[in-house]
Ligand binder design. Sequence first.
Ligand code: FES
Length: 101
Amino acid sequence: GKPAITCMLPVKNAAARKITTIEGVAQGSVLHRVQQAFVEEGAMQCGYCTSGFLISAAALIERTRMPSDAEIRDALDGNLCRCGVYLRCIRAVRRACEAMK
Ligand code: FES
């Protein structure tokens, strides 16, 4: 239930834990609200960083339905985007929250 930066997590620390990857947040062919918002905001360029941003955002929305911009930035912190779509990611999280009101 907590996002983890997998390149920093030894596999042994994940043993016997339930792991949700980005493929697991959608309901079949129906995208998770935050995935849909990323599409609508164009919050990706090459897509290399997108999984990390989405997992972080989905975890944030699970615990805080209407996060402040500071909470969104904190939740996404640590995800690096070489293409520089940070502002679009933040807008996408805000859009997902608004859609879930
Ligand atoms: Fe390319 Fe983020 S979209 S690294």
